[in-house]
Design a protein. Sequence first.
Length: 85
Amino acid sequence: IFYDLNESYEENPKMFGHELHYLIYQLQRGEISPKVAGKVSLNQVPKAQKLVEKGLPNGTVVCLPWKKLDPKQTVKVEKSDLHRQ
């Protein structure tokens, strides 16, 4: 299920607050779990953005600006995703 945070907030900010609290509640209970494809430092954001635009990462890419810069770091791309290029 895809949930667009920006669209939800723009349509109804009060309902967005309720939905956000409910999502956090579900996350804390282990009822849902985010699919994280990778965690990148600031130096990897441009490369990660290009992959996201192609729809390649199978999950969310999270930027950790305080993370030590690692030139060898990669964003996970599953083989099945390569066929969508």
